[in-house]
Design a protein around this ligand. Structure first.
Ligand code: PEP
Ligand code: MG
Length: 568
């Protein structure tokens, strides 16, 4: 479908760098899923996973034993991983072939290697990943110095073991990603939100990834950054090389590699057409989001990073419907203090000039990981220690954030939103903590708004099922279809292999939405929608029919949603 959504990048002069036309390499096209709209022409910058290497870090003396324990745990995990591969290989091609992994397992059990690594951690006070990498690199270098075919093969095994253990120690999330030196299209097998957040936005023209879905958090981040993105390209990161010329079409979900002169000319024309369309859409900024028969909808913005508030205002947002505070946290090296948070929230509230700002308390976990919080990976993170579950076990972090939010509330209109609610008890506990925080602030003579509204995300089937009970306890519902669909359909929102099952308009979703809206309206509270379903043109119309009270979406999507509402 022609979306007509035009990213800011299509307008920016840097979006179309002076790429020289390529006739030397052959043109080919790869199809994926459109994750963020816009068309950009640029050079590829491929993020290479396999070159994963450990950074050197000094650790504190009191942390060495802990680091050694982490090292032993990583060895065990690698052993388990290799045994599994060995077993499945044995089942497929027989025991003899599977034996190739025995030498890997022997390296992992090598007493000298283990002792040397532990001594390195203890005596040099270096991180385990660096220590193990150094010890094995030394072995590889000496084996390679002896020109022997058998030993050369063994050194390859050691490199493989080194990579596996280092990966466990760093956790996949810990990859430090370097930004490209010049404006480029980032190509990667996969990108975690923490990695996307590390990249310098100024040099990112777009994202192309092998994995991911439309509502994976990297796709959402791309949309809110106004950067075009295509996901689920399967093996594009292996086929594309850094320096290749690309046309990334985030509207159609395609990537053209090494485009010919004719293709470039066609796409440049298309970009000009989009610019015109965006101009037309922007003329709607001053108009309300109401239907032809006069039904009015609230149209507010989702922001992931505080600086996006400017874009929200430019696109005429009536408020911020969802401020995902976790991105600010994962972009930091350590937990932000109350004052640091307060300054961020206050700036957003002040910039909105009295318009409501719904601040969602930390929805960390799932694929949104902060290394200083999550020390060990979970087997099933989307079903794990995430959102309100995390906050209710880390009351210290929860209270600090609430204090900062309440303090910011005296500068405008603030609402508080709780993520991933599955039971009533979570709401009552969170409310009690809020009352507690307010009491402390009163005692400390801090100013805050006593009438901050309190809402919950409806994004799990259990929250839908108890929506009537929840509606008695809160001031508003914000329906998060990204997760609601994931949990209802049992479809990982970031898994490209099953993306076809991720359906906004599945009957179960429509029924759940109706149940939620009805439960809210019965208690006279609003139910708005903040999931990406809001910006799917057909779904927008269905949501109007389901009587939701408002839409919250990425700032650059707002004109298009408004156009649809105003045409119904
Ligand atoms: C949702 O789940 O729909 C939502 C808006 O929250 P997030 O995308 O941050 O999980
Ligand atoms: Mg969610």
């Amino acid at each position: 479908m022609e979306t007509g959504k035009v990213p800011e990048s299509a307008n920016a002069p840097s979006a179309v760098p002076p790429v020289s036309d390529s006739d030397t390499k052959e043109e080919f096209t790869r199809e994926g899923i459109s994750a963020a709209p816009g068309i950009v022409i640029g050079t590829a910058f491929v993020l290479d996973h396999e070159k994963l290497s450990a950074p050197e870090e000094t650790i504190r003396a009191q942390d060495t034993e802990n680091e050694i324990a982490r090292f032993r745990e990583a060895l065990e995990k690698t052993k388990a991983e290799l045994r599994k591969i060995k077993e499945s290989l044995a089942a497929q091609i027989g025991d003899d072939h599977a034996k190739i992994f025995e030498s890997h397992l022997l390296i992992l059990a090598d007493v000298t290697v283990i002792e040397e690594t532990e001594a390195f951690i203890r005596d040099e006070r270096r991180n385990a990943a660096w220590a193990f990498q150094s010890v094995l690199t030394k072995v590889v270098t000496s084996l390679r110095a002896i020109k022997d075919e058998y030993l050369a093969d063994r050194s390859t095994d050691i490199v493989d073991v080194r990579r596996r253990v280092v990966r466990h120690l760093l956790g996949k999330r810990s990859r430090t990603v370097a930004s490209p030196p010049e404006p480029s299209i980032i190509v990667a097998h996969e990108l975690a939100p923490s990695e996307t957040a590390q990249l310098n936005r100024k040099v990112i023209l777009g994202y192309a990834t092998d994995s991911g879905g439309r509502t994976s958090h990297t796709a959402i981040l791309a949309r809110s950054q106004g950067v075009a993105a295509v996901v689920a390209l399967e093996s594009a990161s292996q086929e594309i090389e850094t320096g290749d010329k690309l046309i990334l079409d985030g509207n159609l979900g395609t990537v053209v590699v090494n485009p010919s002169r004719a293709t470039l000319t066609m796409y440049r024309k298309e970009i000009r057409r989009f610019k015109k369309l965006e101009k037309q859409l922007l003329t709607l900024t001053g108009y309300p989001a109401d239907t032809l028969d006069g039904r009015k909808f609230e149209l507010v913005a989702n922001i992931d990073l505080p600086e996006e508030v400017k874009s929200a205002s430019n696109y005429g947002a009536e408020g911020i419907g969802l401020f995902r505070t976790e991105y600010f946290f994962i972009a930091q090296e350590k937990l932000p203090s109350e004052d640091e948070q307060f300054r961020v929230y206050r700036a957003v509230v002040q910039k909105m000039n009295g318009k409501p700002v719904t601040i969602r308390v930390l929805d960390i976990g799932g694929d949104k990981i902060a290394d200083y919080i999550h020390s060990s990976p979970e087997l099933n993170p989307f079903m794990g220690w995430r959102g309100i579950r995390f906050l209710l076990t880390r009351i210290d972090i929860f209270k600090t954030q609430l204090r900062a939010i309440y303090r910011a509330s005296s500068y405008g209109k603030v609402n508080i939103l709780l993520p991933l609610i599955v039971q009533l008890d979570e709401v009552t506990k969170a409310r009690r903590i809020c009352e507690n925080v307010k009491e402390e602030l009163r005692k400390g003579r801090f100013k805050f708004d006593d009438d901050v509204k309190f809402g919950v995300m409806i994004e799990t089937p259990s929250a839908v099922a108890i929506a009537d009970a929840l509606a008695k306890e809160v001031d508003f519902f914000s329906i998060g279809t990204n997760d609601l669909i994931q949990y209802t359909m049992a479809v990982d929102r970031g898994n490209s292999k099953i993306a076809h099952l991720y359906q906004h308009l599945h009957p179960s979703i429509i029924r759940f939405l109706k149940m939620t809206v009805d439960a809210a309206h019965k208690r006279d509270i609003p139910a708005t929608i903040c999931g990406e379903m809001a910006v799917d043109p057909l779904s927008t119309v269905v949501l109007i029919g389901l009587q939701v009270d408002g839409f919250s979406c990425s700032p650059n999507m707002m004109p298009e949603v408004k156009r649809i509402i105003r045409s119904v």
